[in-house]
Design a protein. Sequence first.
Length: 244
Amino acid sequence: MRTYAIGDIHGQFEKLLGAHELIAEDRAACGETEAPIVHVGDLVDRGPDSAGVISHLMEGQARGEAWVVLRGNHDRMFLGFLEDPFTEDPLLSRHVTYLNPRVGGEATLASYGIAGAFSRPTEEVAQELSAIPQAHRDWLAEQPAYHLRGEALFVHAGIRPGVDLHDQTEDDLLWIREPFLSDTRDHGALVVHGHTNIEAATHYGNRLNLDSGAGYGHPLSAAVIEGRDAWLLTPQGRVPLLPL
């Protein structure tokens, strides 16, 4: 069973188009017509065109593309800010708001025409949030937290080891690092995730991390998963992602 996957996008619209092009080339090479593309979340923040990313993915799904889009922690923070600009996600460090430069929300708002949000009073920024289409808000809120297909479980951050999938919390699916990252047990499926940025997509045997730091100016990784085997897609073709 073949599935394509793309790591954390973080507003990098042009890189997303490039990842989709690599997948199209692999599809053509192997005669693939049905395998879906799973985007593992964090569509927004840090990069220059979060609005373009959301529009592109919405339009693709609307025309019938087999695109699965998962919700990431940054997507949740964006939605939380839109609902209440003074909210603080309980999983963030204390007093770190959505507009903090560490989060990158200012770039997301700028992509919708709301400039200089970090340096202005939140009350003032809140009055301009109508610039963000309700359709974008509704669509983002509807995206699932995980997708199970064959021998692979796609999720943004990871899972709580030893907990049944149906008992996992959204906080863990969107935010977890430890004890997930250091757990070497088989999870029953290959967990394909992002959230924790690393130098390059890496297969750890029981999990596959696709967050190669696109939000910090590094490449956006696209991969193909067949069973529990994976390959990174490059302009030169498939490169095996061998378990460490």
